[in-house]
Design a protein around this ligand. Sequence first.
Ligand SMILES: [Zn+2]
Length: 416
Amino acid sequence: MLPEKDPKRQGEKDPKEDPSVALFREYLRIKTVQPEPDYDTAIKFLERIASELSLQCQKVEVCPGRVITILTWKGTNPQLRSILLNSHTDVVPVFEEYWDHDPFSAFKDAEGNIYARGAQDMKCVSIQYIEAIRRLKAEGRHFPRTIHMSFVPDEEIGGHKGMEMFVKRPEFATLNVGFALDEGLANPTDTFTVFYGEKCPWWIKVKVEGNPGHGSRFIENTAAEKMHRVITSFLEFREREKQRLKSEKHLTLGDVTSLNLTMLNGGISFNVVPSEMSAAFDIRIPPTVDLKAFEEQLTAWCRAAGEGVTYEFHQKYMDQSVTSTEESDPWWKAFSGTCRDMNMKLKCEIFPAATDSRYIRAAGHPAIGFSPMNHTPVLLHDHNEFLNEQVFLRGIDIYAHLIPALASVLPLQAEA
Ligand SMILES: [Zn+2]
């Protein structure tokens, strides 16, 4: 890490800086970094916002030390289904030596680029929700539908002690969610990417058994030979999907199945042919793939590799719900219509990895993944993650239009 050259050091306020940007930088300085996030400070920060904005603040501890914070702006017709604005509070770890600035100082350069872990993923969105609501409240606006902002822990490690547990709680049911917004990704062009579904992550470990023996002999049916066949089948499939993505121009990473060999284990000594080996694969499957047929394919590859080849799942996500992007859908109409009115170009995609949206969709609620960051390289989980303050401020404008449109969607048939 280079020595910090920022004249406006942490704690010193620049009187010319937009207060929304100052708040964003303050939030970025809270070290909610995995594997030991400082959630207590983040919750205190959110409680302060709730009292500033006169929002109800509810805290739900889904398991020890894991609290969901919900700030609520009650609608004028609160029996209607609500709008959920979700964001996670944790961020992924950093390799400080690769950063040009302290990743938790929220350094801002002369171009207004703000460098920090979480600048894109996704503390920007949390503050944009908050600042849009601050603006709407200051204008004296009111909307029929209740608006909830949920701030959840542990998304970056799978959401198992966060959103996955929360959607099963009575407190979640009480939110009466109609439509949710959650995180998306940056887009380097002038287009905004919008995610209406996610891939299913499957983590599988293939175990092979074979004849052991001395390393000097030609043992028959070794674990290594079977492992070779397994890996060949899996990686040939990987190559086909990779080529399909390359050659079919309309496809994105969200449309093809990605597969990677991520761990290999086995063996005890140079001169011993081992009786067991294992290989771990991270597979991400788009919602268009028939999961049953896909698993049959995996079984067939393992069977073809020989006797004693088995596999087990370490993660097997099966819900393939996608959110409607049909103009006849009232939520999508409100979302896309607002974007059109603001001259925003949208591109609808399947999210290439997994976010907390999958739990919201699996619980039966439509959810769109959207982080308003165009003209921005995708740097989530990368070194020197940054967001430009102008892009950040535009995002507040965007939410200040989107939130009223969504919170004013007319009663649906089911609500009438
Ligand atoms: Zn994220």
